[in-house]
Design a protein around this ligand. Structure first.
Ligand code: DC
Length: 218
């Protein structure tokens, strides 16, 4: 059974998807981390992402694979485990920029579809229910208000001992990313027609996980 979880930045998709995968014995796949790896590669190469030719040439040279170590997904970029470098605001914004490029999307979608063919997955992203796994057994569109999402992001940073941007800044960045992810031409973020909407603003993690497991027949 494949489960697709889509939704905007900071809706809690990774946390929820990880727990649902554990309950069902599926492999958890965080597709955003793959776009982040390409974003990191572009940042490191110092090219202008608005130059489509250069961007696509750089992305072509980025070999992105996923490895699971215990419950953790690790993203490997050209042989290097980059998990420690992809969770910051710079990479978030660059991932959102590069994810609007059709060439990059096709490259990553192919990899994601191959993974889901091999094993049962709980996959989270922006286009899983609409493009990557249109035949997924359960589709969820997980969202929350931008303030709640910014508060969660802040908690994440502080919990990891990292410095956090202010709440207002985080709200601005989240709304900027939503706008870009929802209005791009290539596979914009939208709720699939057959996806179930879950607004987690006033729900606990356990409640959201329970709701999805119920949809999966548990
Ligand atoms: O889920 P995330 O915040 O880690 O994703 C980072 C960016 O990657 C996000 O702004 C949009 C993009 N993305 C995408 O376009 N399609 C996906 N399936 C996953 C992420």
């Amino acid at each position: 059974m494949n489960i697709a979880i889509d939704g905007p930045a900071g809706a809690g998709k990774s946390t929820i998807a990880k727990l649902v995968a554990k309950e069902l014995g599926n492999i958890y796949v965080d597709t955003g981390a793959m776009y982040r790896a390409i974003g990191l590669h572009v940042l490191r190469s110092g090219i202008d992402p608005d130059d489509t030719k250069l961007l696509e040439a750089a992305a072509d040279k980025a070999d992105v694979t996923i490895r699971h170590i215990g419950d953790e997904q690790h993203v490997i970029l050209n042989g290097e485990d980059v998990n420690g470098f992809i969770r910051n605001e710079k990479v978030s914004q660059m991932a959102s920029i590069v994810s609007a490029n059709g060439f990059i999307r096709r490259k990553l979608v192919r990899l994601q579809q191959a993974m889901a063919k091999e094993t049962a997955v709980v996959m989270d992203g922006r286009d899983i229910g609409t493009v990557v796994l249109p035949d997924a057994d359960v589709k969820v569109y997980l969202t929350a208000s931008s303030r709640v999402r910014a508060e969660r992001r802040m908690k994440d940073y502080l919990g990891k001992g990292q410095e956090s941007p202010s709440l207002e800044e985080l709200i601005r960045e989240i709304e900027e990313r939503d706008e870009r992810d929802m209005t791009r031409e290539e596979s914009p973020l939208r709720q699939a027609e057959d996806a179930v909407l879950i607004d987690s603003s006033d729900m606990t993690i356990d409640e959201v996980v329970g709701a999805i497991l119920k949809l999966a027949g548990r």
